[in-house]
Every structure is written in structure tokens, then in C-alpha cells.
Design a protein around this ligand. Structure first.
Ligand code: GDP
Length: 303
């Protein structure tokens, strides 16, 4: 239900256009596929992915000897689900959070994508599952970032480990890990800086933060989640490529899906980057964060 609500814009635009196409064409011909291609590209599915999808659709239509456009619609959703699910590893969208250990989740991504909000929402979700959570204010660079995380901490009812603005993020992380160990919390969620002005410095900073965590807790961080803003389309793809080149990103959080008609970006990311989309943001409220599920997503779009 949450998926359906959050995807209203994409559904109205993308699925609406597909439905319109299906009703206008009786027969499945080359022109039909050309129009379908345009609709998919318009939904930010990504050119490479669209080409593959159209090829597969054509083969399937031939194989099953499908003539009727209505029937093609269900093949489209089947194929979309297949692509979304990817291989075994990618289809596992559950966070690597286990009992009986301190789990560390590191959040990376550029300013404004919804990192802080996602940390707040995830803290709320985990608390709801009975887990104890601590937040680390690792963005010591952006003015107001620490306060913003504290606001979420209060809202959700979890503590924030912080230092003053401008302090060394690696030192904040060290403190946070010690506090998490001493308090025996289940999950430590770590914010990081997202300034884009100096990418090399930012990447170095993230590496240092990661090293501190690794040194204090063998096997950690257990997740490195890259947060991307779905409304920025191909920009999000570029960011994903940049971050994944320098950091071992274990999963993607795609935010603001509710604010875009171009929800096809999920498909492009999955298909072109081989990094699973693990969580999606479907609104600004505490409850508007969902574990990604390919079938729910595709069927939420079409039905
Ligand atoms: P940060 O700079 O990456 O920490 O980004 P913030 O967490 O401050 O988020 C930037 C803005 O995006 C805020 O106004 C959030 O309320 C908004 N936002 C974050 N996630 C979502 C989402 O899933 N949907 C919508 N509609 N807005 C979101």
C-alpha cells in the first residue's frame, strides 16, 4: 500500500502512458515497440536498460506468438520484475543487520539527497523492531548538519554522539563506536559529510572514517549505504558511479520516489551498477521508508 501511494506520480505518468499505448494499438508491431521505448526512456529507465528490455520483449512476444497488445502488458511487468530482481545477491534487499553483535551502517551521499532524513527514518524502523540504536553525527562540515540529526534523534528517541562543527569526523566515529560498545547497542547509524566542492578530500575523509570503524570492530561497517535522490535522474547515476568507484557501496537508498514521475531510475541503477537498491524513501515522514521489493514495486506501478 505504501509503495502504491508513494509511486503515484510515476504510476500516473509511466503506467498511464503504457495503458494508453496498449489501448491505441491492436497489434504488436515495430511502431508499438518504438513508442514503448520512448515511454521507458522518458521514465528515466536508462537507454542501455531500455534497449535490453525491448530486445527481450520482442523475443518473448515471438516465442509465445503474442499478437494482442493487452497480453504484452503483462509480459512487460514480468520482464521488469526479472530485471529488478537481478541475480541472487542483488535480489537480497534486506540490510545486513544481525543479532548478538554491534551492527554499523555507514551512510554516504552528497548534500541534500536525504541522508539525515533516511537515518532518522531507519532509526525509527529499527526501534520499532525492538533494536537499540545510536546515531553518529559524522557530518561535521555542513552548517546545521549536527543539529538536524539531533532533531531526528529527539523525534525518534535515540541518542546522538557528536562533537562540535568543524571537528575531525574520524574522531567523532571513534567516540561513537566506543559509546555503542559501552552501551551494548544493536545498531550504530553513521552520518557522513556530503560536500561536493572537493571530491578528493571527501573520498579521503570517508576512507579515514571507514578505517576507524574497521579497526575498532572487525568486519564493520556491515553496510555502506549510498543515498541518492530519485528526482535528480541521471545525476543520481553519475553520483552512484563516482562513489562506487572509491568506496565499497553495499546498497543504495533511493529517496524522494514520491516526488518524481521518473521512478524508472531504480531499474537503471539496478541494471547498470549491480548494486542492490535496499531501501526507498517515499515521503518526508518517519514511516516513509520501505525495504525495496521488486514485485511490489512493479505491480505497484501497473495495478
Ligand atoms: P541530506 O543533506 O542528505 O542530509 O538531506 P536531508 O535529509 O536534509 O533531506 C533534504 C530534503 O529532502 C529534506 O527537506 C527532506 O525532508 C527531503 N526528503 C528526504 N527524503 C525524502 C523522501 O523520501 N521524499 C520526500 N518527498 N522528501 C524527502
Amino acid at each position: 500500500e505504501k509503495f502504491r501511494e508513494g509511486l503515484t506520480k510515476t504510476r500516473d505518468s509511466f503506467a498511464g502512458k503504457v495503458n494508453d499505448l496498449v489501448s491505441r494499438y491492436r497489434k504488436v508491431d515495430e511502431e508499438f515497440f518504438e513508442e514503448l521505448e520512448e515511454i521507458l526512456i522518458g521514465a528515466d529507465v536508462g537507454v542501455t536498460t531500455v534497449m535490453n528490455l525491448i530486445d527481450e520483449l520482442k523475443m518473448e512476444v515471438k516465442r509465445r506468438n503474442i499478437q494482442d497488445t493487452e497480453e504484452v502488458r503483462s509480459v512487460i511487468s514480468e520482464k521488469l520484475v526479472e530485471i529488478y530482481q537481478g541475480d541472487q545477491e542483488e535480489s537480497n534487499t534486506a540490510l545486513n543487520i544481525q543479532t548478538e553483535r554491534l551492527n554499523v551502517v555507514l551512510f554516504v551521499g552528497v548534500n541534500g539527497v536525504g541522508k539525515t532524513t533516511t537515518i532518522g527514518k531507519l532509526a525509527h524502523k529499527l526501534k520499532g523492531e525492538g533494536k537499540s540504536v545510536l546515531l553518529a553525527a559524522g557530518d561535521t562540515f555542513r552548517a546545521g548538519a549536527i543539529e538536524q540529526l539531533e532533531v531526528w534523534g529527539e523525534r525518534v528517541g535515540v541518542d546522538v554522539i557528536k562533537q562540535s562543527e568543524g571537528s575531525d569526523p574520524a574522531a567523532v566515529m571513534y567516540d561513537a563506536v566506543q559509546a555503542a560498545k559501552a552501551r551494548k547497542v544493536d545498531v550504530l547509524l553513521c552520518d557522513t559529510a556530503g560536500r561536493l566542492q572537493n571530491k578528493v578530500n571527501l573520498m579521503k575523509e570517508l576512507e579515514k572514517v571507514k578505517r576507524v570503524i574497521e579497526k575498532e570492530i572487525p568486519g564493520a561497517p556491515h553496510e555502506v549505504l549510498l543515498v541518492l535522490d530519485a528526482t535528480t535522474g541521471q545525476n543520481a547515476m553519475t553520483q552512484a558511479k563516482q562513489f562506487s568507484q572509491t568506496t565499497d557501496v553495499s546498497g543504495i537508498v533511493l529517496t524522494k520516489l514520491d516526488g518524481t514521475a521518473k521512478g524508472g531510475i531504480v531499474l537503471a541503477i539496478r541494471n547498470e551498477l549491480s548494486i542492490p537498491v535496499k531501501l526507498v524513501g517515499l515521503g518526508e515522514k518517519m514511516d516513509d521508508l520501505q525495504q525495496f521489493d521488486a514485485e511490489q514495486y512493479v505491480y505497484g506501478l501497473f495495478y
